[in-house]
Ligand binder design. Structure first.
Ligand SMILES: Cc1ncc(COP(=O)(O)O)c(C=O)c1O
Length: 356
């Protein structure tokens, strides 16, 4: 029994897990414990606290000397602030058209950040050096001037950049005088999949600013802007406040990230999600379920597939997930840090039943 009265009843079925989004999962118990541990007594506000201090040291361990970390509330805020810090007022950002920063941030880059996204069509949500070069031009005073490139790791389509691919993009961008930003909302899934120190495919590969994701992988709500190349940014220390991302009780944002970094919890959580996505795909393949065609590689925690007409809606009577492209029957299945073998196997059984 807790030593305090409980005012909120559980209002949902706690056994229910689906494949709609890694944002549907709860917070990891170790994150909740860290919040409780950080809770008692008073500490300074706005980041001048021991948890944020410890977080700075952890990020230096991870990414090397000179790394700076700025905790924020959400991924949109991290992307907007990170990119703003790389741009002048006339700068724009080359990004895949499908990128979250282009399609799913409510126009925050333009409305809040004051910069334009320059979208590039890609088959797999990945930019290449050739695509960067092809879109880096400017027609003088009439156009937004490309000043940064944004890539997402792992991508919105569940694909991954290898370290050499990132290095090649960084080289092309830097040669053109552009900075490289990485949206790492799913960095944990990428780190687990690549099975290499995170520094190798970020800072060492030429990424200047990283949006470090915590929420999808077990935080309650915590992300961070990580500056890997301090020479590339201006005014980053001022941007959180005027972008409404400066937490007064920052100890709680930092404590969540610290918990995720402890003993590589974030990477273990990413590995679990990835393993469950791989199991889902393999389960469908092994049973030879008719009518299911995969549309993307499964390299992290996403499975994209087309289904026979009507099947998605019948499956959704049992399990939540989203249409990706209703016109083609393409759906997106995402796994989370808490997805279990039974969840996947039951779902494969359902797919077999309705496609059979
Ligand atoms: C690729 C990507 N970037 C960033 C975000 C962060 O979004 P939010 O502002 O909802 O935390 C998400 C969340 O869905 C995402 O998928």
């Amino acid at each position: 029994m807790p030593a305090y009265p409980v005012f909120v009843d559980t209002l949902h079925d706690t056994d229910r897990r689906g494949f709609a989004s890694d944002n549907y999962a709860g917070a990891h118990p170790e994150v909740l414990e860290a919040l409780a541990a950080a809770n008692a007594g008073h500490v300074s506000a706005y980041g001048d606290d021991p948890y944020t201090e410890a977080l700075r040291a952890r990020f230096v361990d991870l990414f090397g000397d000179g790394t700076e970390v700025f905790p924020v509330f959400n991924g949109t805020g991290a992307n907007v602030i990170g990119l703003q810090s790389l741009l002048t007022r006339w700068g724009g950002v080359i990004a895949p058209a499908i990128a979250h920063v282009n399609t799913d941030e409510g126009g925050a880059p333009e409305k809040v950040g004051g910069f334009k996204i320059l979208p590039v069509q890609t088959p797999d949500a990945k930019l290449t050096p050739e695509l960067v070069r092809a879109h880096a031009g400017s027609r003088g005073v009439h156009t937004i001037v490309p000043q940064a490139v944004s890539i997402t790791q792992s991508t919105e389509l569940g694909t991954l950049y290898t370290a050499p691919e990132i290095r090649a993009i960084a080289e092309a961008a830097h040669e053109l005088g552009l900075a490289l930003h990485m949206d790492g909302a799913r960095l944990a899934n990428a780190a687990a999949a690549l099975d290499m120190p995170v520094r190798e495919f970020t800072r060492d590969a030429g990424v200047d600013v990283l949006s470090f994701g915590g929420t999808k992988i077990g935080a309650l709500g915590a992300e961070a802007v990580v500056v890997l190349n301090p020479d590339a940014v201006t005014g980053i220390e001022f941007l959180r406040k005027n972008t409404m991302q400066l937490a007064s009780k920052m100890r709680f944002v930092s404590a969540q990230l610290l918990a995720l970094l402890e003993d590589d919890l974030w990477i273990r959580a990413g590995a679990q999600a990835n393993a469950m996505a791989a199991r889902l795909r393999k389960g469908i393949q092994e049973r030879g379920i008719p009518g299911v065609a995969f549309t993307q590689k499964t390299e992290a925690n996403g499975v994209f597939a087309t289904l026979p007409e009507g099947v998605a809606d019948r499956l959704r009577e049992h399990v939540r997930f989203y249409d990706w492209n209703a016109a083609t029957g393409e759906v997106r299945w995402l796994t989370s840090w808490d997805t279990q073998v039974d969840d996947v196997d039951r779902f494969v059984g359902l797919i077999a039943r309705y496609c059979g």
